[in-house]
Design a protein around this ligand. Structure first.
Ligand SMILES: NC(=O)c1ccc[n+]([C@@H]2O[C@H](COP(=O)([O-])OP(=O)(O)OC[C@H]3O[C@@H](n4cnc5c(N)ncnc54)[C@H](O)[C@@H]3O)[C@@H](O)[C@H]2O)c1
Ligand SMILES: [Zn+2]
Length: 359
């Protein structure tokens, strides 16, 4: 097992990563002591892992709050359902929520914890690769609004994150690949040796080899931990913004294609190739680096070419992404593999040309 610490002063917390962690009571004992525990999950994960987590917690009384499965339920109605369950069972300020699931459950549970009785403790137990390497770490919580994704939320850190890699055995392959896009992202933005390691390990990762997964998840979390420790609240032009590599392109693709048709990680993978291409066209990135990026993403069986979206619509969608200030699109671009930067200083023609490229 590996422990990574997120360094945030009084809000610091550990991330535990390993196999068979649902049998390690001692990892969570101090956080659940004297707490009334409620587990928030969805119908898919309930069937797979709820009993194991209940056994892990050991308490006599555990409230299970089970939501329907899907991004469309990351909304106000589900949030209200969580509050209703907690209130009707007289859960007070001594409550602790456990988020058992992927990023949808993690985000909504974190936000419920941030707001219920002005803030109660919570633990993240992420069950998708994406949530293990990205959404469960760093304290962004929230729900969607009908007018935009993740528009209501709060920064709120968990007490600990329990990453049991065994759960990935049941994760559909397509979801695994989508998570790999975020793993590759860390190599691209700040860790060249990790990128090189992924070039060698991609096959083993797709096969869900436990050692390879353990390594990729640990290094991803270490990278995210360092970024978040430096820039917890994503200051303007701060280092945390570089985590959005490929995301402004990707969000536009997700949105244009209708949410759910392209998974987030698939859209981000393609968005990273687009950002790399634009970086190359602007003279920042070498052709060799661009080719390596494209090959790695391809080897993860992720898309590298954008779907046919009319260019002006693509631009509009990029502009309405919340990372845009005064209509100027901030983009994360690459100087080399392992070195990303944020800029809005580029000719519009370079962006426009990128939108219709095939790679
Ligand atoms: N807070 C953040 O920093 C942050 C970062 C990135 C993404 N997100 C959010 O995360 C969400 C996406 O998360 P996701 O990709 O984990 O999707 P998800 O939570 O929808 O999970 C994907 C699917 O896999 C199923 N599943 C989960 N674990 C499983 C397992 N072990 N075995 C079998 N099936 C399993 C789920 O039930 C679901 O159907 C989005 O809402 C996104 O906005 C948040
Ligand atoms: Zn992402």
């Amino acid at each position: 097992m590996k422990t990574i610490k997120i360094d945030l002063g009084s809000r610091s917390y550990p991330i535990f990563i390993g196999q068979k962690l649902f049998k390690e009571y001692n990892l969570i004992a101090e956080y659940i002591k004297n707490k009334r525990v409620a587990i928030v999950t969805n119908t898919t994960i309930e069937a797979l892992y709820l009993d194991e987590i209940k056994k892990l917690v050991k308490h006599q009384e555990i409230l299970s709050i089970v939501l329907p499965d899907g991004e469309q339920y990351k909304n106000q109605e589900s949030l209200t359902y969580i509050y209703d369950q907690l209130l009707s069972n007289k859960y007070g300020r001594d409550s602790l929520l456990i988020a058992l699931g992927g990023g949808v459950i993690g985000d909504i549970t974190g936000y419920a914890a941030a707001t219920y009785m002005r803030g109660i403790d919570f633990i993240q137990v992420p069950t998708t690769l994406l949530s293990q390497v990205d959404s469960s770490v760093g304290g962004k919580t929230g729900i969607n609004h009908s007018l935009g994704k993740n528009m209501i939320g709060a920064f709120y850190q968990p007490k600990c994150v329990l990453i049991n890699i065994d759960v990935l055995k049941t994760l559909p392959d397509r979801e695994l690949r989508a998570g790999l896009a975020e793993v590759i992202k860390y190599g691209l933005i700040r860790d060249k040796s990790f990128f090189e390691c992924l070039e060698k390990e991609m096959h083993a990762l797709l096969e869900k080899n436990p050692e390879s997964l353990m390594h990729a998840i640990s290094v991803s979390c270490e990278n995210k931990a360092q970024v978040v420790s430096e820039d917890e609240f994503e200051s303007q032009k701060g280092i945390r913004a570089t985590l959005n590599l490929g995301h402004t392109f990707g969000h536009a693709i997700e949105n244009a294609m209708g949410y759910g048709n392209w998974l987030h990680g698939e859209a981000v993978a393609c968005g990273m190739v687009m950002a790399a291409y634009m970086s190359m066209e602007l003279g920042w990135l070498s052709i060799m680096d661009f080719d390596r990026i494209k090959s790695l993403i391809k080897s993860a069986q992720l898309p590298i070419n954008p779907p046919a979206i009319e260019k002006n619509q693509f631009l509009d969608l990029m502009q309405s992404d919340k990372k845009t200030l005064n209509g100027q699109i901030n983009l994360i671009l690459l100087k080399s593999i392992g070195h990303a930067f944020i800029t809005n200083d580029y000719p519009d023609s370079a962006l426009f040309e990128t939108l219709s490229q095939n790679f």
